[in-house]
Design a protein around this ligand. Sequence first.
Ligand code: GDP
Length: 364
Amino acid sequence: GFKMGIVGLPNVGKSTLFNALTRTAAAQAANFPFCTIEPNVGEVAVPDPRLEKLAEIAGSRQIIPTRMTFVDIAGLVRGASKGEGLGNQFLANIRECDAIAHVLRCFEDGDITHVEGRIDPVADAETIETELMLADLESIERRRANLARKLKGADKDAADQDRLLALAQAALNEGKPARTIQIAADDLRQWQLLQLLTSKPVLYVCNVEESKAAEGNSQSARVAEMAAKQGAASVVISARIEEEISQLPDDEAAMFLEEMGLHEAGLDRLIRAGYQLLGLQTYFTIGPKEARAWTITKGTLAPQAAGVIHGDFEKGFIRAETIAYDDYIAGRGEAGAKEAGKFRVEGKTYEVKDGDVLHFLFNG
Ligand code: GDP
């Protein structure tokens, strides 16, 4: 599955947000730096109103949304790359994530200590980014030294790795995170395998006070401006409100949202933003037993999309029967879509589109 790491300085609201996301008290929120010591992992359903509509038409007995994993990563403080705070243990946790949700404190509250003694989310973002850049530089130096031996032979992989590491090193030495480098399509796989901390896509999560959850505040506006400059994404959220909403039954939650002037839960926006950041999309399998959503990366071909369900589906792939989401809705189901000539049979080279309703045929 796809993993998003939640990072940020202590006391910015990471655990509160994580609790809301996973509706558990697993990560205990407390007004005390370093209270979440173990990396906390939680799975969340990716909200998608299309799935309910499809299930209704097909009369599916069960609805199974697709899921995304969030990891609450504590321990990032100034000096972390030099072993301050919880030291280096969090770096491995970040390395394993596909993207980073960087929580920034945009709320004022005299009762909640800020580790730097002032509210400045842009400076906080730089503090964390600096630590990640230093950690990357250190690991690059170590890895290039290890690669030096292999480079004497004719190891193509080692040469590629070293070339890419050198690129990253040059950028980092200029104060630029690795994600700012344009990587050629041929190099992308090798690049991702390097797992550099600053190569991961970033979503800034502005945690604002409850009264500003809808429109954000002046601090979150500054973060949005910074994100735009970096080609990163940002969302405004009130972790406190999300925590309250996550404890309410669905109908009460909807009323609460309306009262706050919000159209949807901030968590839904956050999850969707993460999904987009990771370049993910959804296809559906729809039947009377269940309506189910599946996650693939953009550009995935039909056999590999089938492989998400089961390895055998990919190995024995014959063809995919396909109806686009809009056509399925317009035809009020498979039969109607067929009558309208919208039922397609696609082969091994078909690139699955977001919202496709698929049925795979395979040798098994
Ligand atoms: P973490 O160290 O980043 O995981 O931060 P926590 O989630 O433990 O939050 C630290 C403290 O800030 C807790 O007492 C939270 O209740 C509080 N907090 C989190 N979000 C907000 C918010 O939006 N407004 C206010 N006033 N307090 C918040």
